[in-house]
Design a protein around this ligand. Structure first.
Ligand SMILES: [Ca+2]
Ligand SMILES: [Ca+2]
Ligand SMILES: [Ca+2]
Ligand SMILES: [Ca+2]
Length: 463
């Protein structure tokens, strides 16, 4: 079962090679021959680790010109029983892995030795994070020229590891004032909230607030329902029950300012960043929604208003509602819901509201939900587009269409009142491709690209 895919040029020959992580199937490194073919070199390269792997982050930690990478391993959450399709079935208490240290799997730092050979140097450099980690980010927090490592932990504390001269990593979480973490974090992105200022980082974790009705005045606040400390494995004071946004205050110190800048949203999975309206300020798309058995949650597109506050813009710019205003797909069809399927009965009992009865037929509906996204200039017209990865459904492709935005005076006036820069004629824009800030989950475009963007969904769920 594949989990993530990362492209990186491991041999500096100018083409992107591919690393794929799996759940107990062995990770796979493919070398790109530059002619459209990929060759599996995992075993010879020494990176065929078998476990519960997740994100892989490529960076040159020792500045020797060769890309190394950090592999995030979650921890054992499967049994040895294989289900239909050959995947291992999950443990009943898979989400409580943080309470079982014996199930942890350490993250691995692989040093690129050249000639497509990698060496596990985790212990040599003082790493060995045992968190329930799905992803990590690379950022030079102290500006010393060596990339530091921020490792996410879904069920515990994140950690910032400071890179000491490309030889050692030192845990500087407490020193950096990053000890208070968003609970249930899955995604993280480092970007500049303000121009020509130190970088900020956004950290998105589940709020666990879905069980209570919230009104418009409090929907952007942190969750009131908090997990019991027996489930957290530590004091509540260590956690933020919602999203976190850390402002880099210099000297390696951070301050959490998510509520102040309006970075909260509904059931997030992870952020991607890009300057969607090309006003020079980085904006954020947050993949969201938990799917069955929870209600539908909207994806968020937060426009950065001059570095002061994010503005909810998903309904203005065409991200929501989805094409055809669809919020759900068929989870179980009538032929399976005939009284004989225990699975169908269990699902129906799990959320009675999901059962639809029409013309004597019965089906179970499940909310749609996005789990990840990538931001890049898909059609190479100079404006950033968004492609999503949907849980149990087809991807969405949002193509930025500035001319559609120009024809929508409502969207224009609303954004204008909030202080974003006025739109420049689309014909005056420069045709510039995505800039140098590309990353796995986001791409930064030149500020000169265009002034406004409006997204048009050209491909939605197939159901
Ligand atoms: Ca290559
Ligand atoms: Ca290196
Ligand atoms: Ca550094
Ligand atoms: Ca912007």
């Amino acid at each position: 079962m594949g989990v993530t895919a990362s492209f990186a040029d491991i041999d500096n020959d100018g083409d992107q090679d591919l690393f794929v992580t799996t759940v107990r199937g062995g990770n796979v490194l493919f070398e790109n021959d530059g002619k459209g073919h990929f060759k599996d070199i995992s075993k010879a390269a020494g990176v065929d680790y078998v476990g519960h792997s997740s994100g892989a982050v490529f960076f040159d930690y020792d500045n020797d010109g060769l890309l190394d990478f950090y592999l995030c391993n979650v921890g054992r959450y499967t049994t040895d029983v294989k289900g239909r399709g050959g995947a291992y079935e999950g443990l009943d208490d898979a989400f409580m892995g943080n309470l079982h240290p014996d199930r942890s799997e350490r993250g691995i730092l692989y040093k690129n030795m050249g000639r497509n050979q990698f060496k596990n140097v985790t212990a040599d450099v003082g790493l060995g994070d045992t968190g329930w980690s799905g992803d990590a980010s690379v950022v030079d927090v102290n500006g010393d020229g060596f990339a530091d490592l921020y490792v996410l932990n879904m069920q515990g504390s994140n950690h910032l590891y400071e890179n000491v001269g490309g030889k050692k990593f030192v845990d500087s979480t407490a020193k950096s004032k990053l000890s208070e973490n968003a609970l249930g974090r899955h995604g993280h992105q480092v970007f500049r909230l303000r121009q020509r200022r130190p970088s900020r980082s956004a950290d998105h974790g589940h709020a666990f607030g879905h069980g209570r009705v919230v009104g418009p005045s409090s929907e952007k606040l942190k969750a009131r329902i908090q997990m019991d400390e027996s489930m957290l494995g530590g004091p509540k004071s260590r956690y933020i029950f919602g999203n976190a946004f850390y402002a880099n205050r210099g000297n390696g110190k951070f301050e959490e300012i998510s509520d102040r800048v309006g970075a909260e949203n509904f059931w997030p999975w992870g952020p991607s960043t890009g300057d969607f309206n090309a006003d020079g300020w980085q904006d954020v798309f947050i993949a969201s929604s938990m799917n069955f058995p929870y209600r539908y949650g909207v994806n968020s597109l937060l426009l950065n208003n001059r570095g002061e506050k994010f503005l909810d813009s998903e309904f203005l710019l065409g991200i929501e509602p989805r094409r055809g205003t669809r919020t759900a797909h068929v989870l179980v069809r009538p032929r399976l819901f005939d009284g004989r399927s225990r699975t169908a009965q269990t699902l129906a009992e799990c959320r009675p509201g999901s059962v639809q009865r029409t013309d004597r037929k019965v089906r179970i509906m499940a909310p749609l939900g996005t789990r990840s996204s990538v931001v890049f200039d898909l059609n190479q017209d100079g404006a950033l587009d968004i492609v999503t990865n949907e849980f149990n459904s087809a991807p969405q492709v949002f193509v930025s269409d500035p001319r559609a935005a120009a024809a929508d005076p409502l969207a224009e006036s609303r954004i204008g009142r909030h202080g974003l820069e006025p739109q420049r004629a689309w014909r005056d824009r420069a045709r510039v491709r995505g800039g140098p800030g590309s990353s796995r989950s986001g791409t930064t475009a030149s500020p000169a690209t265009c002034r406004r963007a409006c997204c048009r969904c050209i491909s939605g769920s197939a159901i």
